[in-house]
Ligand binder design. Structure first.
Ligand SMILES: C[S@@+](CC[C@H](N)C(=O)[O-])C[C@H]1O[C@@H](n2cnc3c(N)ncnc32)[C@H](O)[C@@H]1O
Length: 277
């Protein structure tokens, strides 16, 4: 059984797991402060509930500019912004004419972003939303399959969503894709990652080559842990394509990732690039 699955069995509540993480990393975080290694735009390790810590040199900014033509004056939405891993590099790219909005369902991450990023870059705004997710926000009061983004139609030039659909179930993904389409300007682009199930990834998973054994089939999609499905989710590629096309997002490219043991991939997760029709 994977460590993440075991941790959830022992501590089902995300806030408890986060409190333990903060306590475990507290000595290292204090040492960073005392030795001057602390970078105000890198969250303390105790808040890295979003995976590894490449906050300054994260690979995605160059992909946003090269693959999606992101410009410094653009208005950007970061869906599931976590603790600022995409926002921090964007502070060095977006000009004062550009702007950034991020939202997430984990309050602690949003609070850190507001304190450390908005205070230095007022054109970067963060919002906590109380949307349910059994892994991250089990007491959330709103359903991800129904909740509407708090932004106007056609407000954004670019939307990114990194490693969020990997924690959402199909009906929620369908709603979010439709909302992303609604808030994008016509012709504007999105960069969205997920674990796509197709013949190749299913074969590699069955052969035991995938880093993530998405072997539990729940009505067409697959999960790591059926008791906590949102821990890690794989979505059928044909379902994702249908959601995009049905919502007015034309898929311009799919970059298949290495997560399932695929060779020669440029990204870890699968990346879907799309253009608002
Ligand atoms: C693996 S982290 C990735 C965070 C961030 N995108 C990054 O690149 O570091 C997954 C994030 O998705 C957020 N999340 C999960 N379900 C969500 C939802 N329905 N709406 C918004 N954020 C959500 C979690 O709170 C968490 O911060």
């Amino acid at each position: 059984m994977q460590l993440t699955v075991l941790a959830k069995r022992a501590f089902p509540n995300f806030k408890t797991r986060l409190a333990i993480r903060r306590a475990v990393y507290f000595p290292m975080d204090v040492l960073d402060l005392l030795t001057g290694k602390h970078d105000p735009l890198v969250p303390p390790r105790g808040l890295w509930f979003v995976g590894g810590g490449h906050f300054r040199d994260n690979q995605f900014l160059s992909s946003f500019t090269h693959l999606c033509d992101l410009q410094p004056h653009h208005r950007v939405l970061d869906v599931g912004c976590g603790v600022g891993k995409q926002a921090v590099p964007l502070t060095q790219y977006l000009s004062p004419k550009g702007s950034y909005e991020g939202f997430d369902i984990v309050q602690e991450g949003v609070q850190w972003c507001e304190q450390q990023i908005t205070s230095r870059y007022p054109n970067f705004k963060f919002r906590h939303v109380d949307v349910f997710n059994k892994h991250y926000n089990p007491d959330g009061s709103m359903l991800p399959s129904e909740w509407k983004f708090p932004y106007s139609d056609s407000e954004f030039d670019f939307v990114c969503l990194i490693s969020v659909f990997t924690h959402m179930l199909p009906d929620a993904v369908q709603n979010y894709v439709s909302e992303i389409s609604r808030v994008l300007k016509p012709g504007a682009k999105s960069f969205i990652s997920s674990f796509l199930l197709n013949d190749e990834s299913r074969r590699l998973i069955a052969q035991g080559k995938s880093a993530i054994p998405l072997t539990h089939d729940l009505d067409g999609y697959t999960v790591l842990d059926p008791e906590f499905p949102e821990t890690t989710v794989g979505l059928p590629e044909h379902f994702v394509r249908r959601c995009f096309e049905g919502s007015g997002l034309g898929i311009s490219a799919v970059h298949y990732g290495s997560w399932c043991g695929r060779n020669g991939a440029n990204f870890y997760q699968d990346i879907v690039l799309s253009v608002r029709k």
